[in-house]
Design a protein around this ligand. Structure first.
Ligand code: MSP
Length: 549
């Protein structure tokens, strides 16, 4: 039985509505999930929201609403956005869910019983924004705590601690043994350096404080062994990855976990996260938590770390007033165009600057409208005009040449097929499997441009006037229509609506219209369109948007 491909994202804080950074991560994971479905794999895509903790409690208090009510409203905004952006997940994580609470408490109890959690007193500086005590390591070169920590205050508190530092050597060994534990590899190096710095001495703050006294924070999951405390929000949130995948906290032997969980959770489980939450949250806390509850090394997940969308080089933030609203962009350009922009204008792993001008001009008007939309439109228009909407193979080896003083133009159908379409289909999985989404889109759109060029050189409107060239005319039209069909398959993970639009207009697999199963990578083989196929009428896919800014 083939295993399910299990993919997760970070779960977003429900203290404020989603912005373009949240949208990027969920779309990125959705593209990967859709690509795996395209390959015919079974996929389980989990995403959701992080509803507990101090940030949320504070935002709710500011709004004058009880936290439970406050998170409901914000959660709905995330759900609405994913619907709008065609983010198609298989399971939805909400940390207030009783199922999740049971798993968090079950895990804590097991770790407590195994002596992995102990009670201690701590005095020191505490960051309200990051909800953690700070050590001298967190001070900047000027000896002060930087603005990223927000308000820092002095505190003394009794709390429960998880013996993180005890697992430092294991984590180093694991990272050294698995070269692709973290992708891209410069992030793995970053993680390794951070793990090296963990001190073996608890006094330096190396163990993880996993509780908060209810006296100052009660919006969380109660510790099963002390009702005066709630669970630290990160320990609660990280657990979502297993609690919503069928993990049973009562079973400590990993091999004996329910089959449903074993089918999903493998070393290929892909966890998509932003660069800010690799160290320490996912790279240290999470991997050690899994190890401590008995996950073997060959069941450690893979972390895919993406970069950030910035605004003119600066972080998006409420205080700077530069938050980009994904709802407004999707309303203006459509969800496909926004998805396409978010995937094609950033190298997975690196940061990028958000620019509405690039989204509107370069991506929407040029790539989608003038190149792809135009290709489909002119192809269907010509088949309608010259061959009563019937596509036939014609002379598949036709060559078109036009001599002129400037050197002339040349196009060969065989070369177009081999060097553009088939080459792209062959490269596509290699690029997608190595997370080079930007590159794969570039190559697919290169096929779009070369198909437009083929039409320009072959000039079907001239061929149509020469009876003797009917077989050449038919072959050009076949090549353009067939390449558009293949392009639709390849763009379907990123541009699902456009892919359906193309298939609908090509009158192709109509019985699966609107369904994701309509697209299979195996169908991206040249020649799939039969002789005599009747296409539909052209309808503009990406109508021109005037006055973008
Ligand atoms: N709740 C935690 C994650 C818990 S996961 C068990 C959290 N939430 S968050 O809302 O602050 O961020 C959620 C995700 O969005 C993170 O992966 C973060 O990196 C990502 N992004 C937040 N702002 C971003 C950009 N400006 N650009 C790209 N992604 C960014 O952290």
């Amino acid at each position: 039985m083939p295993k399910t491909f299990y993919i997760t994202t970070a779960i977003d804080y429900t203290n404020s509505p989603p912005h373009i950074g949240h949208a990027y991560e969920k779309v990125l994971a959705d593209v990967i999930a859709r690509y795996h479905r395209l390959k015919g794999e079974k996929v389980f895509y989990l995403t959701g929201v992080d509803q507990h903790g101090q940030k949320v409690q504070q935002s709710a208090a500011k709004a004058g609403v009880p936290p439970a009510e406050f998170v409901k409203g914000i959660t709905q905004k995330f759900v609405d956005l994913w619907k709008k952006l065609d983010v198609k997940y298989d399971a939805w994580a909400e940390t207030i869910d009783p199922r999740h609470k049971r798993v968090v408490q079950g895990m804590l109890q097991r770790l407590f019983d195994a002596g992995q959690i102990y009670k201690d007193k701590q005095t020191g500086y505490y960051s309200v924004r990051q909800e953690q005590f700070l050590t001298d390591k967190e001070r900047g070169p000027d000896g002060e705590f930087g603005p990223e920590w927000g308000q820092v205050e002095s505190r003394e508190e009794e709390n429960y601690y998880f013996k993180l530092s005890q697992h430092k050597d294991w984590l180093l060994r694991y990272i050294d043994n698995r070269k692709d534990a973290v992708i891209p590899d410069f992030r793995q190096t970053e993680l390794r350096n951070a793990v090296e710095k963990i001190s073996n001495n608890r006094q330096s703050g190396s163990d993880l404080c996993i509780s908060r006294p209810k006296s100052r924070l009660d919006w969380g999951i109660e510790l099963p062994f002390d009702k005066d405390f709630v669970t630290y929000v990160w320990f609660d949130a990280l657990t979502n990855y297993i609690s919503f995948a069928g993990y049973d906290p009562k079973i400590d032997n990993y091999e004996k976990q329910p089959p449903e969980f074993r089918d999903r959770w493998t070393k290929d489980t892909l966890q998509v996260i932003g660069k800010d939450i690799l160290v320490p949250a996912h790279g240290i806390y999470w991997l050690i938590m899994l190890h401590a509850i008995g996950f073997p090394d060959d069941a450690m997940p893979q972390l895919l770390v993406h970069g950030w969308w910035n605004i003119s080089g600066a972080k998006m933030s409420k205080s700077l007033g530069n938050i980009v609203d994904p709802f407004a962009l999707a309303d203006k350009y459509g969800s496909d165009a926004l998805r396409y922009y978010l995937i094609s204008d950033i190298v997975a792993g690196k940061d990028a600057d958000f620019s509405e001008e690039r989204l509107g001009e370069d991506r929407y008007n040029n790539d989608l409208g003038n190149s792809l939309g135009n290709l489909l439109n002119r192809a269907l228009g010509m088949v309608e005009k010259y061959s009563a909407r019937i596509v036939s193979r014609g002379n598949q080896d036709a060559v078109f040449e036009e001599k002129s003083a400037e050197g002339g133009k040349y196009a060969s159908l065989a070369e177009f097929r081999r060097d553009f379409v088939e080459a792209c289909v062959a490269h596509y999985p290699l690029m997608m499997d190595s997370y080079a989404f930007q590159l794969s889109l570039y190559e697919v759109f290169h096929v779009v441009r070369s198909a437009n060029f083929l039409v320009d050189v072959a000039a079907p409107w001239k061929l149509a006037k020469q009876k003797a060239r009917l077989a050449d005319l038919n072959a050009v039209l076949y090549h353009v229509i067939e390449s558009v069909r293949i392009i639709a398959v390849l763009i379907s993970p990123v541009l699902p609506k456009a892919a359906h639009g193309i298939f609908d207009q090509l009158n192709w697999k109509m019985e699966l219209s609107g369904k994701e199963e309509r697209f299979r990578l195996d169908d991206a083989k040249w020649g799939g369109l039969p002789d005599g196929h009747v296409v539909g009428k052209p309808v503009p896919l990406f109508p021109k948007i005037e006055a973008i800014l």
